[in-house]
Design a binder for this molecule. Sequence first.
Ligand code: HQG
Length: 183
Amino acid sequence: MDKQLTDISRFLSFVLRHEPQAIGITLDSEGWTGLDALVAAATASGQPLDRSQVEAVVRDNDKKRFTISDDGQRIRAAQGHTAGTVAIQYVPQTPPDVLYHGTASRFLESILAEGLRPGKRHHVHLSTDIGTATSVGQRYGSPVILKIDALQMHRLGAAFFQADNGVWLAEWVAPEFLAPLAE
Ligand code: HQG
C-alpha cells in the first residue's frame, strides 16, 4: 500500500477502534458507522478523505483491518477495539488445536504468572501461524512466541471467536494453557 493509503489506514484504526469522538462520529455496538458520515467528519476535522480512498484501503489492507457492510453503507474495524460503546457479538467458534500469540520478552514473566489479558482492547488476539505472531510480538521489543492449547481450552469451556479478518479472539488465556515456544 502506498504511504498515503497507509496513513489513511492508521487514521481509520484510530477512529474506528479507539477514538470516534475525535472527529465527532459514533460507533454502534457492532462497531459500525456510516461510510459517508465518516468521510464527511474526517474531511471537516482536517483529514481530507474521499470514499474511493477508504474503499481502496479496505480492499488492499494487508491485514483486512476494516469491513464495509454488504450494502456498502457502513464501515467497521474487524477487531482491536478499545472504544467503550463497541461490544461486537462475535459468533463463538471451535478453534484449531493450537493458536499462537506474539509478545515481548519483557512481558513473559507477568504472562506466565497471570495469563494473557486483553489490556485496553476487548479481547486477546491470537493467530494460526508463527510468522504473524512474530511480527505482532516485534512491535513491543524482542519477540517471544507463546503456543496456546486452544482446543483444550475450548473443551474446558472457554469461548473463542473469529473476527471478520480471521484473527482469533479470546477473553483471556490462563497460564496453564500457554507455553513459550522452544527456540
Ligand atoms: C501483553 C495489531 C503483561 C500482550 C496486532 C501484548 C494484533 C501482557 C500487550 C493486534 C499480559 C498488549 C493486537 C500480562 C497480555 N502481563 N503483558 N498478563 N497479557 N500482555 O497491542 O496482541 O496492526 O493490545 O502480549 O497485529 O500485541 O494494529 O495486543 O504484547 O492483531 O491491526 O500486552 O494489534 O494489529 O498489546 O496486538 P496489544 P497485541 P494492527
